[in-house]
Ligand binder design. Sequence first.
Ligand SMILES: Cc1cc2nc3c(=O)[nH]c(=O)nc-3n(C[C@H](O)[C@H](O)[C@H](O)COP(=O)(O)O)c2cc1C
Length: 389
Amino acid sequence: MPWKRRAFGGRGCARALTVADLREVARRRVPGFVFEYVEGGAEDEATLRHNREALASLRFVPQTLTETLGRSLETQLFGRAATAPLVIAPTGLNGMLHPEGDIGLARAAAAFGIPYTLSTLSTTSLEEVAKAGGRLWMQLYVMKNRSIAEDIMARAAQAGYEALVFTSDANVFGSREWDKRNYVRPGKPRLPAALDALRHPRWLVEVLLRNGMPRFRNIEAFLPPGAASAVGGSTIIPQMFEPTIAWTDIAWIRRHWPGKLLIKGVLSVEDAKRAADAGCDGIVLSNHGGRQLDYCVAPIEVLGEIAAAVGDRLTIVVDSGFRRGSDIAKALALGAHAVMLGRATLYGLAADGERGVRRTLEMLTGELDRILGQLGCRSVADLGPSLLR
Ligand SMILES: Cc1cc2nc3c(=O)[nH]c(=O)nc-3n(C[C@H](O)[C@H](O)[C@H](O)COP(=O)(O)O)c2cc1C
């Protein structure tokens, strides 16, 4: 009998070794329509697949016989130390994955010493999340009723959020067909989706029955009746997005936001330069994890040229497809200052709340530390393009 490689068969987080293992635990813990909401991409999902392919296509060229004792992942973000070059990305509807939702993510980030970005479409109010402590960034979606954005900016400034992450790539909302297929009409899941929820009694009790259907707590005061609940709003809210948003609006944001400002969704040198000229502090190179424009370039492909053009003027964060420490090392080598984690930390959350998110962060930082050592680097600052092919 030939020896066989064992696939991950554990049901709980404790035996998970990789983010892929945590994904498997998460998949079992939540109903199919919730997992698909996290997992899916837009249209043909070509962007979604390409994010992984582009990262996988890069290879390391290590330096050998270099002493790497006392390695550190510490990095500076906006003049403050972070224990690793990581940020948790903004994701809406986190309360659908686990009752701890945004609080679980924020606490894990705080415990790890990295920033957490709260989504405009979060299921916990920004004030509640602020009570969890830690370093917080606030993500902004601008809707046709601009007073919603003005209210978010004023409240986030008041609550001590460090940075505003203005998402620029979702004002024409992506077509996530798998999501649409799960609903008959807004707020009404199809029968198979509803029945699948019954097959997940723990989720049903902990997420829906104990706390009630998660709601868009940050903006519920502005939503029409029926749209504030997670199920009712997710199809209505995209229609409320402001399609006229443009570079000229950065001045409007600046008038309302005193803290650091990043634009999320930049993918070209021209736009990166515009962001720097407009007085932004940073950019997030992102294709929204493949959930918006299909057949889009992967951020890792354009990172090198953008870092060369504006890396000395802007903090460069990158996301979309990061699942391993090796992925993170590649981005840092190409000039990113930090990587944002989207689904990777959501798998941890769905698998085991705050504890699961900590597991994700431990796995990724453990992998990154090992890769630094294998590449002959002592710190993330030692990573550079010469280590990549
Ligand atoms: C379930 C889910 C919800 C998201 N919600 C938001 C959001 O509310 N605002 C935002 O700017 N980006 C949102 N994103 C995009 C993430 O911030 C991030 O760009 C993306 O997840 C990175 O790709 P990755 O998941 O492959 O790491 C969401 C992504 C996912 C998976």
